[in-house]
Ligand binder design. Structure first.
Ligand SMILES: *Cc1c(COP(=O)(O)O)cnc(C)c1O
Length: 357
């Protein structure tokens, strides 16, 4: 278990892993991690302050996070027994993998998609079966049937809208995957509020389907680290056995509850971003780049005549940070830009125009 100098060695599979790479650089225009460009409304901070004034700092938080679960359930018209919340939807995904994945089990992903699905599964000791999307990055149901048939995955991940392509999975495709999957289907809807339909409509008390959501994007609360899933009650009970006790601190539980009082403001921010997405996509279409249609708060594009990685660096030199996907499989030369404020989007477009000229 120890190397030559007595340093403990990590598990062999962990030693070979790559970590999560998304540089946090100080720039004027930060459009790389799909956060909301604006904070929650000022009334949110005031309401949260009032809640925190009564906080019992010497006591452990409510382990069941009952009030938070009830509030989230009300938002979606389901009971609290169908809600599981955790530290970011990434911890939701991790708890799913710890509970339903693990050694001797397999998770299926369809690339290109959110890299953390495969990464979290592997960290939990789960084998990962990788299927490929078609040329337009849509799910190919023959490929899905092949991957699920060959690997019998305990967990199948979908992402709608898909990160980093922006594509919304058609409802028929999600229904078909739920039909085909031998185990649990996870639909990651981190960007669900930007999309025209939600798999929440397919979740019920029995279906082996969960839909994950996050406060990080539409709710303007990436700093809080809070996410959740809607799923069947028996699944929520299983997850509650696995997750660490008291994992959700009292401040976060309060923040999560209070945020939901500002739903109209959230929806207004989403509507504004969708409008900006249309404007930015149209402007990109006039440049020397390929653009993919997006149902999320980001757009994937590929410069036609200049190397993507060079464009990324040249944008950074102009203090504009986007996500560099240029070396990701199937996304050669691609960059992903988060929809920011009108001013940020203008600065991005001006910088890109200059770089491509
Ligand atoms: C941003 C994102 C998440 C969010 O993770 P949090 O841990 O809730 O911040 C989850 N899934 C996808 C696809 C994402 O892009």
């Amino acid at each position: 278990m120890t190397g030559a100098r007595g340093r403990p060695r990590p598990r062999d599979d962990v030693a070979l892993m790559e970590g999560y790479h998304s540089p946090q650089v100080d720039v004027a225009v930060r459009l790389n991690t799909n956060e909301s460009p604006v904070p929650p409304p000022p009334a949110f901070a005031a309401a949260l302050d009032a809640e925190l004034a009564d906080l019992a700092w010497h006591r452990y938080p409510d382990r069941a996070a009952a009030d938070l679960r009830r509030a989230i359930g009300e938002l979606h018209g389901v009971g609290p027994e169908r809600v599981f919340a955790a530290n970011g939807s990434n911890e939701v995904l991790q708890t799913l993998c710890l509970t339903y994945g693990g050694p001797g089990r397999t998770a299926a992903v369809f690339e290109p998609t959110y890299a953390l699905h495969a990464h979290i599964a592997r960290v939990c000791g789960t084998d990962v079966a990788v299927g490929e999307r078609d040329e337009g990055f849509a799910l190919d149901l023959d490929e899905v049937a092949r991957v699920l048939g060959d690997n019998e995955p305990a967990v199948t991940f979908l992402c709608s809208p898909n990160n980093p392509t922006g594509l919304v999975e058609p409802e028929a495709a999600v229904r078909a995957v739920v039909e085909l999957a031998p185990g649990l289907v996870v639909v990651d809807e981190a960007y669900g509020q930007f999309a025209p339909w939600s798999a929440l409509a397919l979740a019920d008390d029995d279906a082996p389907l969960v839909v994950t959501r996050t406060y990080s994007k539409t709710w303007s609360m990436a700093a809080a680290r809070l996410g959740y899933l809607i799923g069947p009650p028996w699944l929520v009970e299983d997850l509650d056995k696995v997750v660490l006790p008291y994992h959700l601190d009292s401040v976060k539980q309060a923040a999560g509850r209070v945020a939901l009082r500002f739903r109209d403001e959230m929806e207004a921010r989403v509507a504004g971003l969708v409008e900006e997405r249309g404007r930015l996509s149209a402007a990109l279409a006039d440049l020397e780049v390929d653009v993919w249609p997006s149902g999320a708060n980001f757009v994937l594009f590929r410069p036609r005549s200049v190397d993507g990685a060079d464009v990324w660096q040249a944008l950074l030199d102009r203090s504009v940070l986007v996500r560099n996907c240029a070396s990701w499989p199937r996304l050669e030369g691609c960059l992903r830009v988060t929809i920011g404020t009108t001013e940020e989007n203008d600065r991005f477009l001006a910088a890109l125009q200059e770089v491509l000229a």
